[in-house]
Design a protein around this ligand. Structure first.
Ligand code: MD3
Ligand code: FE
Length: 220
């Protein structure tokens, strides 16, 4: 039985970047980061050389299948006691590496293209998926002020993004995200339940059997 919703509508297409409205204040900028993908991956490698990817444990006691690291003033962390933003990497005991300039520029440009002007992220969470890794439905609500948007960049293997509603039980839409895609979420769509379907096997020409997702946030 097919339970999919109709195909997403295309708002506009120009210069290799098309934009797709996912909600009233959520927009997918297809290919927005494609030209700088190689530089973004190189910057992620530099971040991970200082603060390595690791599998964190959620408050319910499960180890995440997604590995993560952070850069910027604060990083998102989880352990048995809860979720929070912290200026110190719990693995190294040192501050997170600074946010690379090409990250900050991309976040501001993408937010601007989506109508959120002068977005200046102070936190950047990098997720790494190997085939089989997934992210169950959740809301991002550890940031202080939900007025700021979140910008997300997908690199490497394609994934099926799960995009729900205001409450967990709401119907979920499946949206494919591919290498170079950028999504910006804000306003009334900021607290939408979302997740990522279990990553399929594959081999991406730039980064092999991996997917990287970078999210830029204003946490403080
Ligand atoms: C919708 N990451 O790190 S990015 C996360 O692909 C996270 O790794 C996913 O969800 C990933 O928290 C999805 C897209 C995204 C990020 C933040 C959102 C969608 C969002 C915040 C509010 C609503
Ligand atoms: Fe999230």
């Amino acid at each position: 039985m097919r339970t999919d919703t109709p195909p997403l509508e295309l708002d506009e297409a120009q210069g290799g970047v098309s934009s797709v409205a996912l909600g009233s204040h959520a927009v997918l900028l297809r290919g927005f980061a494609h030209e700088r993908a190689r530089d973004l991956v190189a910057a992620i490698d530099l971040v991970a050389a200082i603060s390595p990817f690791r599998h964190m444990v959620t408050p319910s006691g499960w180890e995440m299948s997604v590995a993560l690291t952070n850069c910027g003033q604060v990083g998102w962390v989880t352990n048995r006691t809860g979720y929070r933003y912290d200026a110190t990497d719990p693995l190294t005991g040192r501050p997170w590496p600074p946010m690379p300039q090409i990250f900050a520029d991309l976040a501001t440009e993408a937010a601007n293209a989506a109508g959120f002007h002068r977005f200046r992220p102070d936190a950047c969470l990098v997720n790494r998926y190997f085939p089989g890794a997934r992210l169950s439905l959740h809301q991002d609500r550890n940031e202080r002020d939900f007025e700021h948007p979140i910008v997300s960049v997908s690199l490497g293997l394609p994934a099926i993004f799960l995009w729900g509603g205001k409450v967990r039980a709401d119907k979920v839409r499946r949206v494919p995200l591919i290498h170079g895609d950028v999504v910006v979420w804000g306003g009334p769509d900021r607290l939408t339940f979302h997740g990522v379907h279990s990553l399929a096997e594959g081999d991406h020409p730039l980064i092999g059997a991996r997917r990287l997702n970078v999210t830029f946030r204003r946490a403080l």
